[in-house]
Design a protein around this ligand. Structure first.
Ligand code: SF4
Length: 306
């Protein structure tokens, strides 16, 4: 898209935003031009926090469905819009509330921790929600004699279980984007950039994390790259994160570990869809009150663990 067209969209978005008393929240994996017009760009944890504390009438969520659902649960009096209704998360769709209930019945004393990347119905069946930034802390908070069920990301669950030194019952879900990266891909790119530090997200496979120099949530990856002084970094997470990283670290070379690191769902939101959403105030994301009430308990517990 050329610059003048982008500016036209921005003008229209800013006008509508004021008229609707709206706030735009965007995930780091969104297209660069969408990130640049957002009031706040962040990871799942930061976005959930912003949604909970916002005093806007309308929250436009540039992300995927479960994120907008979380915003609707945490800010029930606001209108929450997801500009592209079809933007889902394949990993969240791998966990079904009915199957979780069956697993709970087989493990009646287990504490259920669900990654924030789950449907509202799964959150409603969970004791805690977590993000990749506080999963280890939440595992550590749970009494040692209790079993833990972690749903749905087996890679994050495995990583957090090892860090917390806990036995965890893992759901067999995964993020198609992060899980697509193989150890061979990392070895290949490391051969090309032998001095670069490999910085990976815990949604990656265990064998990828084992050969990485640093593993952390999106926010922690950003902090590590900003606060260390290496010249080159190989980034093993969705390509959208390179946009803010490059803006904040112009002197560092940031290399995407693999071309596979693209989440097609995160790229569905465009400026034209954003304009349409603000104009029509649709599509609205709602969660039924009974589910929201139960899911809110797990989400609020997540927000307390920083
Ligand atoms: S990057 Fe992975 S976890 Fe995130 S929305 Fe896409 S599929 Fe879901």
């Amino acid at each position: 898209m050329n610059k003048s067209m982008t500016q036209q969209y921005y003008k229209e978005i800013n006008r509508l935003k004021k008229e609707r008393n709206a706030i735009i929240l965007a995930h780091y994996y969104q297209r660069p031009e969408v990130q640049d017009i957002a009031d706040y760009v962040g990871d799942s944890f930061g976005l959930a926090q912003k949604a909970a504390e916002s005093d806007a009438d309308v929250i436009v969520f540039c992300g995927v469905h479960f994120m907008a659902e979380s915003a609707a649960i945490l800010a029930p009096s606001k209108k929450v819009l997801l500009p592209e209704e079809g933007a889902g998360c394949p990993m969240a769709d791998m966990a079904d509330a009915e199957d979780l209930v069956k697993l709970k019945k087989r493990n009646p004393d287990a504490v259920v921790v669900s990654y924030v990347n789950t449907t509202a119905a799964v959150k409603a069946e969970s004791d805690y929600c977590c993000t990749s930034s506080n999963a280890v802390k939440i595992f550590n908070m749970i009494e040692v004699d209790k079993d833990i069920i972690f749903v749905p990301d087996k890679n994050l669950g495995d990583y957090a279980a090892k860090q917390a030194n806990r036995e965890v019952i893992l759901w067999p879900g995964y993020c198609n984007t992060h899980d697509a990266v193989l150890a061979e891909d990392i070895i290949e790119i490391k051969n090309k950039y032998p001095d670069a530090k490999v910085v990976a997200h815990p949604e990656c496979r265990p064998e990828v994390l084992e050969i990485s120099d640093y593993v952390g949530s999106t926010a922690k990856m950003i902090r590590f790259i900003s606060e260390t002084d290496y010249k080159q970094y190989i980034v093993v997470t969705e390509m959208g994160l390179l946009h803010p990283l490059r803006k904040d670290n112009p002197e560092k070379e940031l290399i995407l570990a693999s071309k596979k690191l693209v989440c097609p769902n995160m790229k569905l939101t465009t400026l034209s869809k954003l304009v349409k959403s603000l104009e029509d105030l649709t599509p609205v994301i709602k969660v039924d009150e009974e589910t929201a009430k139960k899911a809110r308990v797990a989400l609020e517990r997540m927000l307390k663990v920083i």
